[in-house]
Design a protein. Structure first.
Length: 478
């Protein structure tokens, strides 16, 4: 279903004022670029200087140790609040502040300008890149150690620059296809209350010869709908008198535009609500310890000792003997097992709920592919659309997981955190309520029968029980 875009006028109304924010961004691109270089400088300093310093001891704090400052900045503030900014402001982080985006676009400006290879356009990269980065980050303890942070974040930055250098001219090919958080940001931006809207009629009647715009993430400006892929850079504001930043309902894109697809469902259900839960929970879980002890006993009983050795290098598994923190091969294997188990158990239950809901509803009609506008009619089309409604809950899960590190760091600094659980439950409750409201609206696109819709929403809610239980264990039990 496509929502008609209201005429893009610029009066002194709220809509007009919002449009002028877009124009302001367009007119201050040099300032935006300068800001990006300042952020690049801060980012590189926080990444590289701690990696050259000795590991902090137990007395180190955010007031006297740069490594702790960098740890707090990256994992305590930067990541959780970048994540929060996306549903509030769209992908303004990507277009205005992200150092990796700025560097890849700069490399692309001076690079080879090659054509984008076919393999890069594969739709599964957002899921695969997110899963690999999340799991690898856990194996090397990316939140704790500067070398690990340098390997994960620095490796990603180098790859972004290499891709920028090789492909596209003045573009952000890396951001569009390979960035590990592109898929997550793409989903969360659908909740943004602003987007660059296109007035098709104004576009059609505009002068034919208009100077071209450089949309770095390669969006088809004339036909774009929604905020999922837009980096909010503002360059296209008022282009052909047809594009303007406009307010909208935060539910408009999920209900009216985004049809979803298999990879997006995999990312929401098994990535954000399964794998990420496993990655955040394993270190707090007594089940992890029990499983590891059981496997260690089994290995010893069979005279197999090599998996118990902690001789893997730091870039394969956590290895810091100086602070008595090294993972054995068995540790690594059990972390993988735990994360895989959570992916199947928690993600599987969510998927089962969606599948059940899809079964009790009539077949979906009128859904179209977001790019080709072709009608969608596959077997899983209804499940993919329903999965979109879970984006608020999936997003809050990742936020809660990331802020666990924030709270640990605050506790280390002696800041009381007794308030945290109330806030966590409130956020989780609000996100769940919003997701269920979404599901109610999405089921309404397929059926007018209240009982059928209630049954479908009930099944989805049932599928969310293991997800909520996992967070209950994490907050209250472990
Ligand atoms: S559509 Fe492209 S040019 Fe326009 S604001 Fe979004 S990213 Fe920038």
């Amino acid at each position: 279903m496509v929502h008609p875009v209201p005429p893009l006028v610029r009066p002194a109304s709220f809509r007009g004022r919002v449009a002028r924010v877009g124009d302001f961004l367009r007119d201050h691109q040099r300032a935006v670029r300068r800001l990006q270089w300042i952020i690049v400088g801060i980012y590189l300093a926080l990444l590289l200087i701690p990696a050259a310093l000795p590991l902090p001891d137990r007395t180190a704090s955010v007031f006297n140790n740069l490594t702790i400052v960098a740890q707090f900045a990256f994992w305590g503030l930067w990541w959780p609040f970048v994540l929060v900014s996306i549903p509030l402001l769209g992908r303004a982080w990507c277009g205005l502040f992200c150092p990796e985006g700025a560097l890849t676009e700069w490399a692309s400006r001076h690079g080879r300008g090659g054509a984008i290879p076919r393999w890069m356009r594969w739709g599964g990269w957002p899921v695969v890149a997110f899963a690999l980065t999340t799991v690898y980050g856990q194996l090397v303890s990316v939140y704790q150690y500067p070398w690990a942070a340098a390997a994960v974040l620095g490796g990603s930055t180098l790859a972004a620059m290499a891709v920028g250098f090789l492909y596209g001219r003045n573009k952000r090919v890396w951001c569009k296809y390979l960035c590990p958080v592109n898929g997550v940001f793409n989903l969360l931006a659908r909740l943004a209350p602003w987007h660059f809207a296109v007035d098709a009629e104004a576009w059609r009647t505009a002068e034919r010869r208009t100077e071209a715009i450089n949309c770095a993430p390669l969006l088809p400006l004339r036909t774009m709908e929604g905020a999922a892929e837009c980096h909010m850079c503002g360059r296209c504001s008022d282009y052909r008198g047809a594009i303007a930043l406009q307010p909208r309902s935060p539910e408009a894109e999920i209900v009216g535009v985004a049809p979803g697809n298999g990879w997006e469902t995999a990312l929401i259900v098994f990535g954000l609500m399964g794998l990420a839960v496993g990655a955040f929970l394993w270190s707090a879980s007594p089940w992890f310890v029990t499983l590891k002890q059981a496997l260690a006993t089994l290995l010893v009983d069979h005279d197999i000792y090599w998996p118990l050795a902690d001789n893997a290098p730091w870039f394969v598994l956590t290895h810091y003997p100086a602070v008595n923190d090294s993972f054995s091969w068995l540790d690594g294997a059990v972390i993988l097992l735990f994360i895989a188990g959570a992916t199947v158990a928690v993600g599987g239950a969510v998927f089962a709920g969606l599948w059940g809901a899809d079964r009790v509803l009539p077949r979906p009609r009128g859904l179209r592919d977001g790019h080709t506008r072709q009608p969608l009619g596959g077997r899983w089309t209804g499940v993919h659309k329903l999965a979109q409604g879970l984006i608020p809950t999936a997003g809050i899960g990742v936020f809660l997981g990331l802020t666990a590190t924030t709270l640990t760091l605050l506790q280390h600094e002696g800041v009381p955190t007794g308030w945290a659980n109330v806030v966590r439950w409130a956020l989780l409750g609000l996100a769940l309520a919003w997701s269920l409201r979404f599901e109610w609206r999405l089921t309404g696109l397929r059926s007018a029968a209240p009982l059928r819709r209630l049954a479908a929403v009930g099944l989805i809610a049932l599928g969310l029980v293991p997800f909520c239980w996992a967070w209950w264990l994490f907050f209250m039990r472990w």
